[in-house]
Design a protein around this ligand. Structure first.
Ligand code: BG6
Length: 513
């Protein structure tokens, strides 16, 4: 097998390991299973077009859709066209579209249909010859996990998983990676029976976000933050992922899964690992894995889960001037469902850097507004020479990484209020991407698809991380299963009162982002 660096790049001056240069995928194609789904239409197809439009895909790049539809290649191209027109972020350019469309193929069939997989194999060969894809293919499983075993087994059976000499084959897998540790292990075994771990790219789209990648830049490219990024200075850390939307049309996926499995197990634990980890030996996938794993393994749950975790479910009401349904009234939801649409948990990271510093993670649907942020909240100054009245209104210092929206970083500290008396109040210093950079951020899926094609695994959780994350969540889910029902909270609020009480017991309060 060759590595990606062995390709014959058109530009001899280009060193593909130089991360300052725009990275361009070598000859390759992408096969999407589940191409008729929402994710594919809203994210994957537009991302492919945007990459092509930014000149990051090779001229012969090919896109193959596989689904149970009676479509010809032209019908598929039309579907991609419509999704690009609706969701792409870059302007539509006919010449880019034409070049991409010439490499589009559609395979109609079920996942257990051998004839369809044979047709896929022939299509791949045909594209190699016609478009110069060189046998390099990524298979994107944008399908519910129950279909993973069938699809990977079919890829193996029809010789598609094995890369011909000098080329590569990769599998891209969407979450959920199981619903507990046991099912995640089972899934991992099935996938690894066909693909080597290095061939498997698990998508956690939060890692594709610019602001999330910037956590490591902030911490490890600077000198001023790291010395205070520890238990000697930090009081606690709050990681919030709030959404104002409800479950929309996703009842089938969401009910029985809930907010903790949907986003804490993956996005929030990844954010926590990046915030808490030690400096990696190098900025590569193996070193990142080593450090993130150490954090996940050091996580310790509080003994009394009843006091230090809260789950909630949204009730109907008014949000943003509109009347919205409660979770139990949503289409397709079991009216007796105990599924959480809000979850808050307190975790400890038992190591020298973080001992005694709680990490509070919370997420919820139908909350006050859409915001994801990491707030590192500092201890109060150990001593103050000022009168206590001078600092009455002073809060704790904080560094807030605003993941979305209003991407940026805020530092909060105390400043003297102008005037003749000594009064100190909180002020903020802001870095906003929009003001500091003219460059635009690629959408998370653009970045991740490009990385798959380049074989760059830095931003993809490995199976060990997935399993460790389930080890953290499983006892919490089991506790919730055994104890009562989720607390109710009003749509548009900041979650159940129980969550406020949970922090109040620790003498703290949630930020109102
Ligand atoms: C997904 C969850 O992983 O992330 C959804 O399944 C959630 O429930 C979504 O809405 C949020 O993603 P983003 O990028 O809009 O914050």
């Amino acid at each position: 097998m060759t590595t990606d660096w062995d390709w014959n790049w058109d530009n001899p001056l280009r060193d593909p390991r130089d991360r300052r240069l725009p990275r361009i995928a070598g000859p390759s194609g992408l096969v999407i299973f589940g191409v008729t789904g929402d994710l594919s239409r809203k994210k994957l197809m537009p991302a492919v077009y945007d990459l092509a439009n930014r000149g990051m895909l090779p001229p012969g790049f090919s896109l193959v859709g596989f689904a149970r539809r009676d479509w010809e290649n032209e019908d598929f191209a039309q579907i991609v066209h419509d999704s690009v027109r609706e969701h792409a972020r870059t302007e539509f350019r006919e010449e880019v579209w034409q070049q991409l469309a010439e490499g589009m193929r559609f395979i109609p069939g079920d996942f257990d249909d051998d004839t369809a997989f044979e047709q896929l194999r022939r299509t791949v060969d045909e594209l190699d010859a016609a478009r110069g894809t060189s046998g390099n293919y990524a298979f994107y499983l944008s399908v519910p996990p129950k279909f993973f075993p069938k699809v990977v087994q079919q890829l193996k059976k029809h010789g598609l998983a094995d890369a011909p000499e000098g080329s590569w084959r990769r599998a891209v897998i969407e979450k959920p990676f199981g619903h507990d540790l046991a099912s995640a292990r089972e899934l991992n075994e099935i996938v690894h029976d066909v693909f080597d771990p290095e061939q498997v790219f698990r998508i956690d789209h939060y890692l594709g976000k610019e602001t999330v990648q910037n956590i490591l830049a902030l911490r490890f490219a600077n000198q001023m933050f790291e010395p205070i990024w520890n238990r000697s200075y930090v009081d606690h850390i709050q990681i919030t992922m709030a959404e104002d939307i409800g479950i929309g049309g996703r009842a089938g996926y969401y009910d029985g899964i809930g907010s903790a499995r949907d986003v804490i197990q993956n996005h929030l634990l990844q954010l926590m690992a990046l915030t808490a980890m030690e400096e990696p030996a190098a900025f590569d996938a193996a070193s990142l894995l080593t450090e993130k794993l150490k954090v996940l393994r050091a996580v310790k749950l509080p003994e009394d889960l009843g006091k230090h975790t809260v789950r909630g479910q949204y009730a109907g009401g008014w949000q943003g001037g509109e009347q919205v349904l409660g979770y139990l009234q949503e289409d397709g939801i079991d009216p007796k469902s105990k599924t959480d649409t809000y979850a808050a948990v307190k975790l400890n990271v038992d190591n020298r850097r973080w001992a005694g510093v709680p990490f509070y993670l919370r997420t919820g649907k139908r909350l006050g507004r859409r915001v994801t942020e990491i707030a590192v909240v500092f201890q109060r100054a150990p001593h103050s020479p000022f009168d206590s009245t001078a600092t009455e209104e002073l809060g704790q210092n904080a560094i807030v990484i605003r993941v979305q929206p209003d991407e940026g970083i805020t530092v909060r500290f105390g400043s003297k209020v102008p005037g003749t008396s000594m009064e100190i109040r909180d002020v903020t210093m802001d870095f906003a991407y929009g003001e500091s950079f003219t460059e635009s951020s690629p959408e998370a899926y653009e970045r991740l698809i490009l990385d798959v094609l380049l074989g760059d695994a830095n931003l993809f959780p490995r199976h060990q991380e997935v399993e460790e994350s389930w080890k953290i969540l499983d006892p919490i889910e089991e506790y919730w299963d055994r104890h009562g029902k989720p607390a109710r909270y009003a749509s548009g609020s900041w979650g159940p009162e129980e969550a406020d009480e949970m922090l109040a017991r620790d003498g703290r309060s949630w930020r109102r982002p």
